[in-house]
Design a protein around this ligand. Structure first.
Ligand SMILES: Nc1ncnc2c1ncn2[C@@H]1O[C@H](COP(=O)(O)OP(=O)(O)OP(=O)(O)O)[C@@H](O)[C@H]1O
Ligand SMILES: [Mg+2]
Length: 258
């Protein structure tokens, strides 16, 4: 286990919806520059935990710390400005707009331009364009910049989302099922981009996945949730071989090969 400082720490986090204990006392630690995977069967509480960590919902109990700061009750946008980026399980981009327009929204929000009623200065526009080119280059979508997002393949849409989440210059990026519904070739593209997030941008990555090959190829640590709780936690060589993880993913192995 590396000795890098803990960047994200959840302690005793609980989140219930009515009678459903979606997250039922979870402890999770992610270290700086780590690639961490969160796995578990459908309904295990993975997305709910992400929601509690990102401030999409506040937990009913427990604490969330980011870079040592208690962010448990901090609104989502403040966490974003502290350096937490996220993509969603279902696409959260504007399908009727172009790739460039979508990314521009993300970049503007990080520049706080959206709060200003005045048109941006020429200098600001150049800065915005440079950032746009940089983000498009990172996800290798330069050629699609003026295409409507709705016309893109699912794989390209996922990459736009990743670029969107990068627009706010996060230190930690949280990806909820980045390869859901993607064919093998697109899964490989996402895999190489996620590796780049870590290797080239130096980001910490926490991702939820059902594709165990993807998990095995990327993750340095794996946490498995079941029914709102952490069932297993450790290096992939241990967790993915555990009969409890294998049982949960026996069915999923089929879809990995498909
Ligand atoms: N906004 C919500 N309102 C009510 N119930 C919810 C809400 N979000 C999640 N739940 C419930 O909480 C439980 C955990 O759901 P969650 O979406 O976190 O699981 P998951 O591990 O992400 O599953 P999947 O792998 O299918 O995405 C489920 O029983 C779900 O129905
Ligand atoms: Mg989910």
């Amino acid at each position: 286990m590396s000795a890098a400082p803990v960047i994200l720490e959840a302690t005793g986090v609980r989140l219930a919806f009515g009678g459903v204990r979606a997250v039922d006392g979870v402890d999770l630690r992610v270290r700086e520059r780590e690639i961490a995977a969160l796995i578990g069967p459908n309904g295990a509480g993975k997305t709910s935990l992400f929601n509690a960590l990102t401030g999409f919902f506040y937990p009913d109990a427990g604490t969330v710390r980011f870079r040592g700061e208690d962010v448990t009750r901090m609104p989502n946008w403040q966490r974003i400005s502290r350096g937490i980026g996220r993509t969603f399980q279902s696409p959260s981009i504007f399908p009727e707009m172009s790739v460039a327009q979508n990314l521009t929204i993300g970049i503007q929000s990080s520049f706080r331009l959206s709060l200003s009623l005045r048109p941006p200065s020429a200098g600001r526009r150049r800065e915005l364009e440079a950032r746009l080119v940089e983000l498009l280059g990172f996800v290798k979508l330069e050629r699609l910049r003026d295409r409507q997002v709705a016309e893109l393949s699912h794989g390209d849409q996922r990459l736009v989302e990743i670029a969107m989440s990068l627009s706010t210059s996060p230190k930690l990026i949280m990806l909820d099922e980045p390869t859901a519904g993607l064919a093998e070739a697109d899964t490989s593209r996402i895999l190489s981009i996620v590796r780049d997030l870590h290797d080239r941008l130096g980001l910490t990555v926490l991702f939820v996945e059902h594709n165990m090959r993807f998990v095995a190829a990327l993750a340095q640590t794996v946490t498995m949730m079941d029914r709102g709780r952490v069932l297993l936690d450790g290096p992939p060589s241990v967790v993915l071989k555990d009969p409890r993880a294998r049982d949960a993913y026996l069915g999923a192995e089929e879809s990995v090969r498909a």
